[in-house]
Design a protein around this ligand. Structure first.
Ligand SMILES: [Ca+2]
Ligand SMILES: [Ca+2]
Length: 253
């Protein structure tokens, strides 16, 4: 009797373990960093320009609350003046960018992506890539810039190596561009303090009002990619130090 109870308990434990394992494996969220040198990505191709899409993905937050008219905006179609959040595309609803035509005001709007370090190790460096896509021109040089907030210590641009800003081209009259203007960005971030296992980091894109007068452009972000990069090894640092010493001694000759 005691033996069969033990056996049943064992079977139930194994089943529970399998269920937990399957649940874990079934997780498709891009909210976690589970290994180094493996990009975690978002291409927004399922974004339908609705708040519901964002609500389904709690790793994202977007501070601009207007989704009216929202939906998809076709940059190859007729120009519309409405300020709103949009899924931006150019005659191809399978290739979407997350964007907006933001109002003319000093308010900044932020798209934030929260990722948790589940590598089991501390992370000292990240490589982050993204595209900025412009679909229309207007009087203002709308800005999209990048910053980050490690372990709730506050948003910063500390340690970002590379250009983190794109400004829209301006033009008159307000109109859709003949093609999508894509600017690739790739930066390395050297954190001031390691992001410990289990800690989270926010990567943020600021949709800001640029210089000029009049309206902002239809502009968005696409192809986000975040990768944890191992810190340089002690051996590499030693080699670097030797190279520097060799360089100094050569210059002294
Ligand atoms: Ca896309
Ligand atoms: Ca795109």
């Amino acid at each position: 009797m005691a033996g069969s109870r033990f056996f049943c308990g064992y079977v139930l434990s194994v089943m529970a373990f399998c269920w937990v394992s399957l649940s874990f494996n079934a997780k498709t969220s891009n909210a976690d960093i589970t290994s180094f040198m493996t990009p975690v990505t978002e291409n927004f191709n399922t974004f339908d320009g609705t708040a519901a899409w964002l609500a389904d993905r709690p790793q994202y937050s977007w501070s601009y609350t207007s989704f009216t008219p929202g939906g998809l905006y076709n940059g190859a179609g007729s120009y519309a003046t409405n300020n709103s959040t949009y899924g931006l595309h150019f005659n191809d609803t399978s290739e979407i960018a997350f964007g907006a035509k933001r109002p003319s005001s000093t308010t900044n709007y932020f798209f934030n992506w929260t990722l948790t370090n589940l590598t089991g190790q501390s992370i000292n460096s990240f490589r982050v890539a993204w595209d900025v896509e412009q679909y229309s021109q207007a009087g203002r040089a709308t800005e999209i810039s990048f910053n980050y907030n490690p372990n709730s210590t506050g948003f910063t641009t500390f340690g970002i190596v590379g250009d983190n800003l794109v400004t829209a081209v301006t033009g008159s009259p307000d109109s859709n561009l003949g093609s999508v203007l894509v600017t690739n960005r790739l930066v390395t971030i050297n954190l001031a303090a390691p992001l410990l296992d289990g800690q989270s980091i926010l990567f943020g894109w600021r949709f800001g009002q640029g210089a000029g007068a009049g309206a902002n452009a239809h502009m968005g972000i696409d192809n986000l990619s975040v990768m944890a990069v191992p810190e340089p090894s002690v051996g590499f640092l030693g080699l670097l130090a030797l190279t520097c010493i060799a360089g100094v001694s050569r210059r002294r000759r």
